[in-house]
Design a protein around this ligand. Structure first.
Ligand code: ADP
Length: 445
């Protein structure tokens, strides 16, 4: 309140003059406000003029007046209460008299009754509205949380419905492009992978039981026939020899299966050692010269110009080569050729096994690396020795374990080419070794 601009104290009797136009409604309002609660004292604190209401509040002590007059911080504020407890905010300052020789203490107050009333009303209003706000808050939270959790509940319900027998079920996608959608997609992907594994497992057990049942039935038949029809020791001997051949085939299947499942479940660790692939491939090719000659097939080996020494598992590489070359010889008719070569191709060693045999039809190509997959009806013609359908599964595992790739190109009636690329320094996963994995499972040709 700019009191100093309106107030002047004149003459020896400290005459008080308000410089205001009492006819001006604004000035009149200011004066009414200032005059309603005010006190003017001399420098010693003796009251000179005051309003009735200020007297009710009690005059300010001379010590306080002197303190206000001497303080540099102007104005000084204090709070007072009248007899009925109404609070007043008092603003204390000073004015100089006309000749600027004397200081006068001027305190002007303002009732805080209206503020207090407003504050009280506001407090009550808050208290009254608080339960309502809490109820609305809880209600809104409930609805919002319910909506937000609805998809989660849907996911949970769908997940509960999915079991081993209905893995084809999927959680419906919401097309919302949010985190929950991502969760749903991830969940569905996981179920797809599980479903794939279940299908493979089922297929595998069907294949195994089928593969084992056939030789068992044959052995049983042979023994029964021998029991009822054989008369001489020679006839019994023949029956036993034939049955033993089938028992051997049976144990070969079991051994191969065991080994393959150990390999695929990571129980086989590669025993890497420096190995010259050119020499290894040459050696295995030579091993097939006699059987190839017997089948009327010309087999040859060609070494590339570069050295092919890297870190490989000798036993597994020999197994891989043996399987590929024996297939090539087995499925090539007399008069055909089998060409094996080993060379360096960039960072990898490249082994190619190529034949001019019967080839593989395009519809069979994607499946030839599957366990027990055989192009039925044809290998019996190609060779009296029935294949297990496991050879290429081994080849595939060995190549993958060496972090390599295998590629097959085939044209029915013209021939097949298998191309294996192996990095010189593979980093296979660290797994444990079991003794029987070192056993060679070589195919008879
Ligand atoms: P198998 O023990 O029956 O040879 P594999 O897993 O080694 O089993 O091969 C799977 C099938 O792929 C074979 O039955 C054969 O039909 C086909 N196959 C593999 N190699 C050749 C090849 N060089 N030429 C023609 N067919 C082949």
């Amino acid at each position: 309140m700019a009191v100093k601009g309106f107030l002047r104290i004149e003459g020896d009797d400290n005459h008080l003059i308000w410089h205001l136009d009492r006819d001006d409604p604004e000035d009149k309002q200011i004066l009414a406000r200032v005059e309603s609660v005010y006190l003017i004292t001399d420098a010693a604190g003796a009251p000179l003029v005051w309003s009735g209401s200020y007297k009710d509040l009690g005059f300010d002590q001379p010590a306080y007046v002197k303190q206000v007059l001497s303080t540099r911080v102007q104005p000084v504020w204090q709070e007072k209460r009248d007899a009925s407890g109404v609070r007043y905010l008092i603003r204390a300052s000073y004015v100089l008299n006309e000749t600027r020789t004397g200081k006068f203490y001027v305190a002007i107050g303002k009732s805080l009754a209206a503020n207090d009333k407003l504050l009280t009303q506001f407090t009550w209003l808050c208290l009254a509205l608080m339960p309502l706000v809490v109820v609305i808050g809880i209600g809104t939270g409930w609805v919002v949380a319910g909506r937000a959790l609805q998809p989660v509940m849907a996911i949970a319900r769908a997940a509960q419905r999915i079991s081993g027998s209905n893995l084809s079920l999927r959680i419906p996608e919401r097309q919302a492009k949010d985190e929950l959608e991502y969760l749903v997609e991830t969940f569905n992907d996981m179920i797809s992978r599980l479903e794939q594994s279940f299908i493979q497992m089922r297929q595998f057990s069907t294949d195994v039981s089928h593969e084992l049942r056939t030789p068992i039935t044959v052995i049983r038949g042979q023994l029964e026939v021998a029991l009822f029809t054989a008369h001489t020791t020679e006839q019994y001997r023949d029956a036993i020899v034939t049955a033993l051949g089938d028992v051997e085939r049976l144990s070969q299947i079991v051994r191969a299966l065991l080994l393959l499942s150990q390999a695929e479940t990571g129980q086989v660790v590669l025993q890497l050692q420096p190995l010259d692939l050119v020499e290894t491939a040459r050696g295995i090719t030579e091993q097939f010269e006699i059987p190839a000659e017997g089948a009327g097939v010309d087999i040859s080996f060609r070494a590339g110009s570069m050295k092919c020494t890297g870190e490989f598992d000798r036993v597994q590489i020999e197994r891989m080569l043996s399987n590929l070359i024996s297939n090539a010889v087995k499925f090539t008719p007399p008069g055909g050729n089998v060409r094996v070569s080993a060379d360096r191709a960039g960072d990898c060693a490249e082994i190619v096994v190529e034949d001019t045999g019967r080839g593989i039809a395009p519809e069979h190509l994607p499946h030839i690396f599957d366990r027990f997959y055989r192009v039925r009806g044809m290998e019996e013609q190609a060779s009296p020795e029935k294949g297990l359908g496991l050879g290429l599964s081994f080849v595939n595992w060995i190549v993958r374990a060496h972090a390599g790739t295998i590629d097959v190109k085939s044209e029915p009636g013209k021939g097949t080419t298998f191309t294996v690329r192996l990095p010189f320094h593979p980093h296979p996963p660290d797994t444990t070794v079991t003794d029987n994995t070192r056993e060679m499972v070589m195919k008879p040709v």
